[in-house]
Design a protein around this ligand. Sequence first.
Ligand SMILES: Cc1cc2nc3c(=O)[nH]c(=O)nc-3n(C[C@H](O)[C@H](O)[C@H](O)COP(=O)(O)OP(=O)(O)OC[C@H]3O[C@@H](n4cnc5c(N)ncnc54)[C@H](O)[C@@H]3O)c2cc1C
Length: 387
Amino acid sequence: MTTASVAVIGGGVIGASVAYHLALRGWRDVVILDRGAAPGEGSTGRATGGFRAQYATAINVRLSLLAREKLCRFEAETGVDSGYTPCGYLWIAANEGELSELRAGQRVQHAEGLHEAVELSADEVLRLNPALAPTGVAGGVYCPTDGFIRPLGILGGYLAAGARLGVRVEWGTAATGFSLRPDGSISSVMTAQGPIGVAAVVNAAGPWASAVAEWAGVALPVTPLRRQAAATAPCHALPETMPMTIYAGDGFHLRVRDGRVLLLRPTPGIAGRPFDDSVDPAWVREVTATAHERVPALREIPIDAAACWAGLYEMSPDKHAILGRAPGCDNLFLVNGSSGHGVMHAPALGQLLAEIMSDGAPTSLDVRALRPTRFAEDAANPSSGLL
Ligand SMILES: Cc1cc2nc3c(=O)[nH]c(=O)nc-3n(C[C@H](O)[C@H](O)[C@H](O)COP(=O)(O)OP(=O)(O)OC[C@H]3O[C@@H](n4cnc5c(N)ncnc54)[C@H](O)[C@@H]3O)c2cc1C
């Protein structure tokens, strides 16, 4: 039987970051298992590439600030450009209620040191993004150090840097189960290519993570949620440097990427088909109509149906990551449930899990708010509807 010190199940941006940070901490014989044929076949390859520190809870702001620091020196560390470009995130409030919720988030952000996040009047919003129609703009919040990142660049950077430190990656290798010892710990990971004896396992299986945890008898509350993106034909209607612009009320947001405007708005997913990641043409029509109302410059720009896509968020009940040792299985470690923020938080989560596995506790940040037992303890994080 082949062996590994750690098997990381999932070679998306989170698994790659964990494996790299473990190797950096001196772990040898780390293997990543991914059933995909090549990097980026999971959610990481579907992400739009937003980065923000404007969150409503201290832990999410702290994760972003740690991640941002690491993204700024990412190229020096891994040899690959993370694409971090601080074009800002602009949140728009349509009324006083939305504004006061955004303000409450900003108080948390300021307390965590994100002083560059500011409130804007309606006029200031429209000056910052002159493409917007003034209707429905009562004010907003803005953070200039938020912006964009390259999901596949970050994934590729961690894979390359991990490989230089000896991390092995087995593409096309589905994990199918665990062999457990009488004490409930994992002795080996079953794969189609045979079992792998392990000292520890990391669950980095993205939206598919709850099935992996179940092999160890661990109930992991992570569920998939379809997220769709509509793309215009290539155009110059809006500048590439336009901030990510989000209407707080319904979550409609847009950015420019690689010469196309991307339009997004959350939907509840498809009842009974949680892993379905097809694009709904009716949704594309609706989101396009909203874009035409709110951004008149887009009225003449066609949607490119072939360039639209969908993928899966990995939702946790409080929309915060689940990080740490799995309750009831001593050598299974969870890094799951980022709830659509996994690319931007991957640099921080990988480092933190490597600290937990190496030292027994994290040293960079207090991550008790993310402990896997919080739901059973009735201590979930508050999850703001807007941020
Ligand atoms: C449309 C869209 C837009 C998004 N925009 C953003 C954004 O702007 N910013 C941001 O930070 N995040 C964004 N996200 C979320 C982000 O993509 C995820 O949070 C992140 O990619 C999660 O990374 P991961 O490594 O956990 O998951 P994944 O990339 O899905 O990796 C999990 C891997 O596990 C593998 N796997 C699963 N089960 C098994 C098994 N049994 N055996 C072997 N391999 C297995 C899969 O093949 C997959 O490669 C977006 C997501 C979508 C869908």
